[in-house]
Every structure is written in structure tokens, then in C-alpha cells.
Design a protein around this ligand. Sequence first.
Ligand SMILES: [Fe+2]
Length: 204
Amino acid sequence: MLELCISRGILIGAASLSQTQLLALWQQGEAQPLKPTSSEVLGPFFRKGAPDNRLLRAPGDPGFPLLVRGKVCDTRGRLIEGAKIDLWHADHYGLYDTKGYRYRTRISPDAQGLYAVDTVLPGHYPDRPAQHIHYLISAPGHKTLITQAYFATDPYFDGDPERNWNKSNIVHNKDLVLPVRLFEGATGGAPHAEITFDLILEQA
Ligand SMILES: [Fe+2]
């Protein structure tokens, strides 16, 4: 039993628990559904019909390179067949391409439910001055999720996203302000930032 718990990432430090109690705790953990990803507003700049493109950053594009990655699953952590992710954001200067599809893509997660898009950190724009990436995720049998990812490193949060995440009521859910990892580039390569944004859908 103890080996089973440990293999599932559960560590229990109370030696006084019986095997029955341990099993009940473990099953309770198993039954706990994942919290669906919080939703956000769609915004006025969504465009249908974006091409499937995992590399949005072109050579010479201004802006800090950014890798956006994560998984798509249901609230039980299961793969969702047929999921589609629309992802779009402003360029380094805070401008959206409203005529074409720069920094816009529509992709499917891979066989493990994972997705990754190579792009640049979005710029700020006056109407919504926190850097963000828009998402629209649809999948058969599941509620469509419209959401946004924000960046804990954004100067908009004045160096304290824990305290200032709700500044001016731009961000509506604290859990959408994501930690940013910074990586040195490989030899001769540019450094890049990376966020992980998991997309957990509710059943319809
Ligand atoms: Fe936006």
C-alpha cells in the first residue's frame, strides 16, 4: 500500500494511520477532479481560420522569444479526442494583425495531449495593459473554453503579482498569471522565456 501511494506521488508521514485509512485517503485523492481552467473574455481581436503553425516567431522579429506549452485534458486528467486550440496575441509593440494571421494559430494537441508554440512575448496595449495570450479551445463533448494567459514577470504587476494581480481589474483570475521560466540560449542561441499553461476542459 505504502509503495502504491509513493508511486502515485502521495507521501504520508503519519505512522499511526491504518491501512484502511491510508486506502481511503488515496481513493479520495484519486476521486478529486482537476479544477477546470478559468475563463476570460474573448476580446475583439479573434479571427477565425488561423493556419496550423507551431512557429509564430520569424527570424528578426522584435520581442523576447517565448515558448508556450501545456496539455489539454478533461477534469479527470484524461486525453480529449479532437481538441482544437486557437491561440493569438499582440506583437512586441502591442499590435494585433487584424488582416492576416501573424501571431495567430489553430493547432491540435499531439497524441499525449501536449501542445507547444514558439513565439515572442506579447507587448502592452492601452486598453488591456497586461501582457497576455488569448486562447479558445473547443472539443467534442466539452464546453468551449475561452481564456487568457498572463505573465508573472510583467512590469504591469509592479514586481509583485501576488499582491497586484487584480490591479485595475484587468485580470479576473489569479491562477491565470503564470510563472515565467527563463533559459539561457544554447551556444550562440538567444535566451528565451517559457510558460506552461494547461487547458482543463469541463464536459458539456
Ligand atoms: Fe488582447
